[in-house]
Ligand binder design. Structure first.
Ligand SMILES: [Zn+2]
Ligand SMILES: [Zn+2]
Ligand SMILES: [Zn+2]
Length: 758
């Protein structure tokens, strides 16, 4: 006989780890005990050496689906003479406890809801240790039912028996419930006929009838309508005041996804993953979907049902549904029943409500395959707050407040970076309150007391003000430049500290010289950066307004960048400017009035889209670039000319020749599929050329890509290909978004490095 003491760290609580250990010990004839402590699971065992070895092997190999084992420590000790194996009372102290994020309904639970002999037949709140709600219902840790919104539901005898049986799939499943004791759903609205019929069947009937239904999902309300019904989709757009921007769809099953799109293997895996994100995929030409779902795009965002409520509804409906956040454009997603009925009353014809409260808002997550890697574009339900493991351990907690757009915050504790869920654009009071609520929840759940507070350099960002007003005057404030933070975010994900060539291409970021940066090539490590190359500055005529009006940006480029003799070549374009506006713009340009300078790569894409007449005015951010990518043919390998100019110690990328060639070709009648693709190829080409020059001078082999422009799959694929072909090692995002949604991770790591190096 031998004795062992084992400690397991990682996500090992709230995932059925103790019953798993219990079953394993029983099977190998071992005695002893298992218990949770605040930070880990502890096991003591007596048994035969062979049985103990087998136990250790299976502990790692067969762990429950939601568990993530980071470390197993094993210590030999003399046998204690245990008589049996037991699960003993938890020893909870203050401290860290890793719980998995909300997880899609597992196969076993799904099967139960479809079996008329089961007591949970058609029950929309079925869940178990391997699936169901988590962070959307947790008010505090340690994780148990008393500290969730399930508190008000007293378990019935049947549920309690499952909850207390270590051999049951629902042993200590905190949200366990059944029709006899748990939450229930009902239909509310003007069409309520008071018949008390099955709410899901009635909801599906309304949807088939072209109505808009607000339904209470996992992390907030969603608005649903028939995705094949033009009128329903158009009505939803106008009521929600969301124009142009694509809607996501929920489809009943994988077969439906294949009917509408052409998923790659990686995309199919993402679709079926337990995070169940919205996956952006190439649509089939023949896909029968209302054109208003995703106008001007060659992709659709699809997701599969992820709660029993969704499964049952989609089963009744038997087709694709638009499934979008339950909010007015730009506001946070609604979570409370009264709140939803009030805020969404003008949008929805009916409400599918239920009485399990949502404690924290989590939007649906969005992923896209970029250069072969499925990457989050919006990181929320299913992903947050799963920590990103960092290659260092800090004794001082860090808070990074993120950017103004697509805001997330990030908390660092020990070696873990906890990136909060997608909050949205910090432009209104509601979103700011959402930010503050979510931050307060995380600080409480994870016992974080930030001593270092990182923020953007932009003085007018609301997040910068939040950092300055943070109620701890003793905490150190560190301002991190926007594009430096982008580059550090991708470095941190890969655990890379040594200097890299950082390519940060996005729409807007505050530069150290007060101009608007966005086409930046840096040499950077965590604490320092040098701006070694950037896109040539162009005037933004009318400032911010140029973002919504790509034709203004094009005029700025024509007058400010493609100067002199070439300008007459563009006369046919400038003649298309609205006449009154043209005079004003020209005056603004000459007097340098309200014309900030920008090196933004996002704006350069806008210019190309405007010149090609793909998009002259944008109704949502990034629309011009997204549509330009949609028309480009990836088989084209043409590249337009460009210039790389030497300036002091660095380089300026001058795209004047590119735009001239683009415009000439367009005027000559070359198809958009060719010109748009050649433009993408050119951006990849000049970027790789600049990296090559930096490699020669700085002896760096590693390139890190970040920034919103790298949500563009064609650009990302082209650039990665080109760089790898010339021997560069390329780092791209995997765990956090390349856009500003991932910025807070870079801010946190950069601020930690800056604060601890001085
Ligand atoms: Zn389950
Ligand atoms: Zn029950
Ligand atoms: Zn950015």
């Amino acid at each position: 006989m031998r004795g062992l003491r084992i400690r397991v760290r990682g996500i090992v609580q709230g995932v059925g780890f103790r019953p798993f250990v219990y079953g394993l010990a029983e099977r190998h004839g071992l005695t002893g005990w298992v218990r949770n402590t605040s930070a880990q699971v502890e096991i003591e065992l007596d048994g035969e050496p062979g049985a103990l070895d087998a136990f250790l092997q299976e502990l790692r190999d067969d762990a429950p689906p939601l568990a993530r084992i980071d470390a197993v420590e094993v210590e030999e000790r003399p046998p204690s003479g245990f008589g049996s194996f037991e699960i003993v009372e938890s020893a909870h102290e203050e401290g860290w406890q890793a719980i998995p994020p909300d997880t899609a309904t597992c196969e076993a639970c799904h099967a139960e809801t479809l079996d008329p002999n089961e007591r949970r037949y058609r029950y929309p709140f079925t869940n178990c240790t391997h699936c169901g709600p988590r962070f959307t219902i947790i008010e505090d840790l340690p994780y148990d039912r008393r500290r969730t919104t399930m508190r008000r539901f007293e378990m019935c005898a049947d549920c309690r028996a499952e909850y207390e049986d270590p051999r049951d799939r629902r042993f200590h499943a905190q949200p366990v419930a059944c029709p006899a004791c748990g939450p229930h759903a009902w239909l509310h609205g003007p069409t309520d006929d008071g018949t008390g019929g099955d709410p899901l069947a009635r909801c599906a009937a309304l949807l088939r009838d072209g109505r808009i239904v607000a339904l209470k999902g996992l992390g907030g309300y969603q608005l649903a309508c028939d995705a094949t019904n033009d009128d329903a989709v158009s009505t939803l757009r106008s009521r929600k005041r969301r124009y142009g921007k694509p809607f996501a769809l929920m489809v009943p099953d994988e077969g439906w996804a294949e009917r509408l799109c052409r998923p790659t293997d990686a995309e199919r895996n993402a679709l079926l993953s337990r995070e169940r994100p919205i996956v952006l995929m190439k649509r089939r030409d023949a896909a029968e979907i209302a054109p208003e779902v995703a106008p001007g795009l060659d992709t659709l965002g699809l997701m599969l049902p992820y709660t029993p409520l969704h499964h049952l509804l989609l089963r009744e409906f038997e087709g694709p549904l638009v499934m979008t956040s339950g909010n007015l454009s730009e506001e946070p997603i609604a979570i409370g029943n009264d709140e939803a009925v009030e805020r969404l009353g003008e949008i929805a014809d009916a409400f599918l409500l239920h009485n399990r409260d949502i404690y924290a808002r989590y939007d649906d997550s969005v992923v896209r395959q970029l250069a072969g890697v499925v990457t989050p574009i919006r990181r929320a339900r299913g992903f947050a707050p799963a920590p990103v493991e960092l290659p260092f351990e800090t004794a001082r907690d860090v808070l990074a407040v993120g950017a103004q757009q697509k805001n997330t915050f990030c908390l660092v504790k020990g070696s873990k970076a906890l990136l909060g869920q997608h909050i949205g654009d910090l432009e209104n009071l509601e979103t700011l309150e959402h930010f503050q609520d979510a931050l307060a929840t995380y600080e409480r759940l994870f016992r974080v007391r930030p001593e270092i507070i990182a923020h953007d350099m932009h003085p007018d960002y609301l997040s910068t003000q939040v950092a300055q007003e943070y109620p701890d005057p003793g905490a150190v404030r560190v301002a991190v430049q926007h594009h430096h933070a982008h580059v550090v975010s991708v470095m941190a994900e890969h655990g890379i500290r040594d200097p890299v060539i950082g390519v940060a291409y996005d729409g807007t970021g505050y530069g150290t010289d007060g101009t608007v940066w966005g086409g930046e090539v840096l040499v950077a490590d965590w604490s320092r950066f040098e701006r070694v190359a950037h896109l040539r500055y162009a005037p933004m005529l009318g400032g911010e307004a140029a973002i919504r009006k790509p034709y203004r940006m094009a005029a700025g480029y024509i007058w400010g960048v493609c100067r002199g003799a070439t300008e007459s070549e563009f006369a046919a374009f400038t003649a298309t400017l609205p006449i009154g506006e043209r005079i004003i713009l020209r005056r603004q340009f000459e007097a340098e009035l309200n014309t900030p300078l920008t090196s933004s790569c996002g704006r350069l894409f806008d210019v190309a889209a405007a010149l090609l007449d793909v998009r002259r005015e944008a109704v949502y951010e990034g629309q011009a670039a997204v549509e330009l990518e949609a028309v480009a043919d990836p088989r084209v390998d043409e590249i337009y000319p460009y210039d790389i100019l030497r300036r002091g110690e660095g380089w300026i990328i001058d795209p004047a020749a590119t735009l001239r060639a683009l415009w000439c070709e367009h005027r000559a009648g070359r198809p958009l599929s060719t010109t748009a693709a050649a433009f993408h190829n050119t951006v990849a080409s000049f970027t790789a050329a600049v990296c090559e020059r930096i490699r020669e001078r700085h002896d760096l082999e590693r390139v890190a890509l970040s920034g919103g422009c790298f949500q563009n799959a064609l650009l990302t694929a082209r650039l990665v290909e080109t760089l790898e072909a010339t021997g560069f090692e390329v780092l791209t995002h995997r765990a956090v978004p390349p856009n500003d949604g991932g910025l807070s991770l870079g801010q946190a790591v950069a601020a930690y490095a800056i604060a601890t190096s001085s």
